[in-house]
Ligand binder design. Structure first.
Ligand code: GLC
Ligand code: CA
Length: 556
């Protein structure tokens, strides 16, 4: 395997709107980010992924871009961005941006021109299609609910949008459009960007017949992902994108890929794959409901453990995936993956340990390093997220009461991850001197950066140690390239694995159960590298773990 510059890096996702507000307008911004680069450096971060900061009407919080070459005023200016790049560089840090090219905003110049002349050149930048017998061209439900087709005013045509109607899908079949996109990607890479997180990218290949599918919900529609799964050939687009842009810059790319087909992993992340890496969402998919959040199954520990193990074993045969507990589309991991008794600092550290030492590129999501949790939401009006509002209505439609539907959203809402970062115990958690655009989690007095900075034993300081051990000269090699070997799989509550190469063997072992556990050690232990209960004594023969205890041990 050829070694790549990004293999041993640790990444951090910033959701700019909620990170830190520097000018009191209630919205996080680039100057806020610049002021926290040292904080991120101290955490051991190498790569920073910024969720979209491009000009946007923010219907889907910036994932609806109206100008790919401009910074949203809310976040600052291009000068601020250049400064961020320069300041990151000074600290040996890399910036990657979100690349949202499956769709743009309906306010983008291309779409406005297309609407103005529905038979003209720009209409072909999108999917404009005639309806069928007074109905839309097909029966697809968009990811955010409702039909994927929206009428083009003054015509008998519709345009396709797999997300909100304000996010028209771009027609990748049109070579002119593709060239425009490549030009834009190169423009950012020229500026010094290290790469991209590539949004919703699997959706760019459409089945141009747009066939109907068996309806799968009360609305009589069928999930649009079925169309995506019915077609081959996305790889050709991805290779062209790579060869015209990313490859020339040795850029780091991490794809958001769902609905991959069986056996395709090597094509995506193998030695000459479409991307450097993709996110491992396998554990998150365990709470996919058949119809929506309202029938999402709870996470079962064993299933969660086996899913991660299966995925690690598969991935190491061909490349690297990016490991996450949470991101801006998911609820907080502590609230989701830990049973209630484990939603404590000890449990939080345990979950973090298991994730950070997996084989792959660790991505920490803002606030994860202090153990931020889901918020308590009292009414649907408190939410901003377009998808949460859709899921709420779907739940009501399926017969759930207001209270039940709110409980469902409280568990799954994307806004759980989007509440402002809790910097201190002052007003608005130190996020803004104004009114925050989304409410601050009410637990900010107990969970915040400032108080954790002062506490040696805090989640934050533990995360710093985690990253430090992973990146230390002594263990970097084994944590980066060492094989993942699961162990103690026949237990009910232990999640454990070795990371090993010819020279070293590290055991990462955690007790997710409520009771103490005793395990027989298979190899003698040389050294305790980490323990969330500050255990320093080297265990012999057997290992005793309390509830929520995790240890990282160097073995013979
Ligand atoms: C991705 C983003 C999500 C967004 C969607 C549409 O899934 O992560 O936040 O809503 O794409 O762009
Ligand atoms: Ca601001």
């Amino acid at each position: 395997m050829t070694k790549k510059w990004w293999h041993d890096k640790v990444a951090y996702q910033i959701y700019p709107k909620s990170f830190l507000d520097s000018n009191g307008d209630g919205i996080g911004d680039l100057r806020g980010i610049i002021s926290k680069l040292d904080y991120l450096k101290e955490l051991g971060i190498d790569i920073i992924w910024l969720s979209p900061i491009y000009k946007s009407p923010f219907v889907d919080q910036g994932y609806d871009i109206s100008d790919y070459y401009a910074i949203a005023e809310e976040f600052g200016t291009m000068e601020d961005f250049d400064e961020l790049l320069a300041e990151a560089k000074k600290r040996d840090m890399y910036i990657i941006m979100d690349l949202v090219i499956n769709h743009c905003s309906n306010q983008h110049e291309w779409f406005r021109k297309a609407l103005a002349d529905p038979d003209g050149e720009y209409a072909d930048y999108f999917y404009f299609r005639k309806g069928k017998n007074g109905n839309p061209p097909s029966n697809y439900r968009s990811y955010f609910g409702g039909s994927c087709w929206e009428p083009v005013p003054g015509t008998d045509k519709y345009y396709l949008h797999m997300f909100a109607k304000e996010q028209p899908d771009l027609n990748w079949e049109n070579p002119k459009l593709r060239q425009e996109l490549y030009r834009m990607v190169n423009w950012w890479l020229e500026k010094g960007l290290a790469g991209f997180r590539i949004d919703a990218i699997i959706n760019i290949k459409k089945n141009l017949d747009f066939p109907d599918f068996e309806p799968d919900g009360a609305d009589g529609l069928a999930g649009c992902w079925k169309m995506v799964e019915s077609v081959d050939g996305v790889g050709e687009f991805l290779e062209e994108l790579k060869n015209n842009t990313l490859r020339k810059y040795d850029a780091f790319t991490v794809g958001e890929v769902f609905n991959m087909k069986e056996g395709e992993l090597p094509q995506f992340i193998g030695e000459n794959g479409h991307f450097s890496t993709i996110f491992d969402f396998s554990a998150h998919c365990l709470s996919d409901g058949e119809h929506g959040w309202y029938d999402a199954p709870p996470i079962d520990f064993k299933e969660w453990r086996d899913t991660i193990i299966r995925s690690q074993l598969e991935v190491q045969e061909c490349g690297f995936e990016a490991n996450i507990i949470e991101n801006h589309d998911e609820p907080r991991g502590v609230s989701r993956f830990l049973p209630e008794y484990a939603q404590t600092p000890a449990g939080t550290k345990m979950l973090g340990t298991i994730s950070i030492f997996l084989r792959g590129i660790p991505f920490i999501y803002q606030g994860q390093e202090i153990g931020m949790k889901n918020a308590v939401w009292n009414s649907i009006e408190e939410y901003d997220d377009i998808s949460t509002r859709d899921q709420y209505h779907m739940a009501r439609h399926a017969g759930l009461t207001d209270e039940e539907a709110l409980r469902v959203c409280g568990k799954m809402s994307r806004d759980n991850a989007r509440t402002p970062v809790q910097w201190n115990d002052k007003e608005n958690a130190g996020f803004t001197t104004g009114t925050p655009w989304l409410k601050v989690n009410s637990n900010y007095r107990e969970i915040n950066v400032e108080s954790q900075e002062e506490d040696e034993d805090s989640v934050l300081n533990y995360y710093r140690r985690l990253v430090k051990v992973r990146k230390s000269q002594e263990y970097k090699e084994v944590f980066t390239y060492g094989r993942f070997v699961p162990v103690y799989q026949n237990t009910d509550f232990i999640m454990a694995y070795y990371r090993e190469d010819e020279n070293q063997r590290i055991l990462v072992v955690a007790n997710f159960g409520k009771e103490d556990e005793e395990l027989e050690l298979k190899y003698p232990v040389k050294r305790v590298l980490l323990s969330n209960k500050n255990e320093t004594e080297t265990p012999e023969q057997s290992l005793k773990l309390e509830s929520c205890e995790v240890m990282v041990l160097e073995c013979m």
